[in-house]
Design a binder for this molecule. Structure first.
Ligand code: SF4
Length: 411
């Protein structure tokens, strides 16, 4: 259907199509090309070999040690998955609730990472699982229903927030079902949660109506007129139903951190090239988790510089093919960052330095930015929706306050 919310699904170790390239409408791109599936066949292929196996092995040992000793990558993520953030972000007053109208959700404890992990253990699922064979962190999990049958992978923090707090749904089984439906239909969970919340704001269904939310997703699967509107995402749904509070940048829905309570992530949402993308420069690390230093989330000072540096580092890490979650250990432990460079150098026979990594990140951002410029984007697209500057977010009663002129200095 070439819907803007369409994802690309990947099979995981259990050959379940439960892992998705969710953001950016990449599924619509495949649809536009008439591509249904890409199958990789490794018959007859040899394992790739490092140029310097001894150095590679040593660098790998240090790298793994670094990931295991960091409290986020070694303890929090394996135990509770990404949804360990639910209580933390809620406590910080930055957990977008009822379509970004409040920063705390009264039902957060029912859908937190801790609750999901307990449910999975009690029902015979698995809270600590790798989404692929090479992972050391293993933040993923397996969620089973109350009869012990597989339902979906452990729903991620963003998914639980989007379908949970943002829609005022506090039933963990309903959220897991919405996650499963998103996967079966090939939809971005963040976009769908944000869109259903906009539909709730429009009065199509009530906030907290889990069954209504499930039915709206099923409409997308049917390809009905309503389903096509919902599947086209929050921006289109807001326009069709005349909703003013529509949390999107460059047509893409905002993820699970309110930019009024975490100003650094607001800078990333506004300026990242694919639209509101938390992963492009994850300022939550420094604003909230105090990883890579600390910049006060409620102040405007230092946020542009923070976002810029993170965007450069992220573009470089993404290009290595590593999971972005290694970044916590890289930011806090210089020796782990060095071991990543050593890994790459030993594998490819390079002599990459830290400066080269920065230069690589900048180069990638410039190419992306150039693409956007040629596609017609201007600095006016590097903006958050107006309501973030006018509506105060409880409990801190703050607005997004980084000036436009400062946003424009980022690149
Ligand atoms: S690769 Fe990343 S997302 Fe997947 S389980 Fe490992 S840490 Fe989690």
């Amino acid at each position: 259907m070439k819907l803007a919310g369409a994802s690309v699904a990947f099979t995981d170790m259990e050959v379940r199509p439960a892992r998705h390239a969710g953001r950016g409408g990449v599924g619509a791109v495949m649809g536009a090309k008439g591509v249904k599936a890409i199958i990789l066949n490794d018959d007859g292929m040899e394992m790739r070999r490092a140029k310097d196996p001894e150095k590679f092995k040593e660098a790998n040992r240090k790298f793994v040690e670094g990931l295991r000793q960091h409290p986020i990558t070694g303890t929090a993520l394996p135990a509770y998955g990404t949804n360990v953030l639910a209580n933390i972000i809620n406590e910080a007053g930055a957990y977008p609730t009822r379509n970004f109208s409040a920063g705390r959700f009264e039902g957060v404890h029912k859908i937190s990472g801790e609750t999901y992990a307990e449910m999975e253990k009690a029902r015979g699922g698995n809270p600590t699982h790798g989404c692929h064979r090479g992972c050391v962190i293993r933040c993923s999990g397996i969620f089973v229903d109350k009869h012990g049958h597989y339902l979906t992978k452990q729903p991620e923090y963003e998914t639980v927030w989007a379908h949970g707090a943002n829609c005022a749904i506090d039933d963990p089984d309903a959220v897991a079902m919405l996650d499963r439906l998103d996967d079966d239909l090939g939809l971005d969970t963040i976009e769908m949660g944000a869109t259903i919340a906009v539909a709730m704001e429009a009065g199509l269904i009530k906030f907290g109506d889990a069954e209504g939310a499930i039915n709206l997703l099923k409409e997308v699967g049917k390809g009905s007129y309503l389903g096509r509107i919902i599947g086209s995402g929050a921006a289109v749904t807001g326009k069709v139903f005349g909703v003013e509070r529509v949390p999107v940048v460059k047509g893409q829905a905002l993820p699970a951190y309110d930019p009024r309570a975490v100003q650094g992530i607001g800078v990333t949402y506004a300026t990242s090239t694919m639209g509101a993308d938390h992963t492009a420069g994850y300022a939550i690390a420094t604003n909230i988790l105090k990883s890579g230093g600390y910049v006060d989330p409620l102040r405007t000072e230092g946020q542009v510089e923070l976002s810029r540096n993170l965007q450069i580092a992220t573009a470089a890490v993404d290009s290595t093919g590593m999971c972005l979650f290694i970044a916590f250990a890289l930011l806090d432990q210089p020796e782990t960052f060095q071991s990543l460079l050593d890994l790459l150098n030993a594998f490819y026979g390079w002599s990459l330095t830290a400066d080269d990594v920065v230069a690589l990140g900048k180069k990638i951002l410039k190419i992306e930015r150039d693409f956007n410029t040629r596609a017609g984007f201007t600095k006016e697209h590097d903006r958050l929706p107006a309501f973030f500057r006018t509506e105060k977010l409880p409990p801190h009663n703050v607005t997004f306050a980084v000036p436009d002129e400062e946003l424009d200095t980022l690149y």
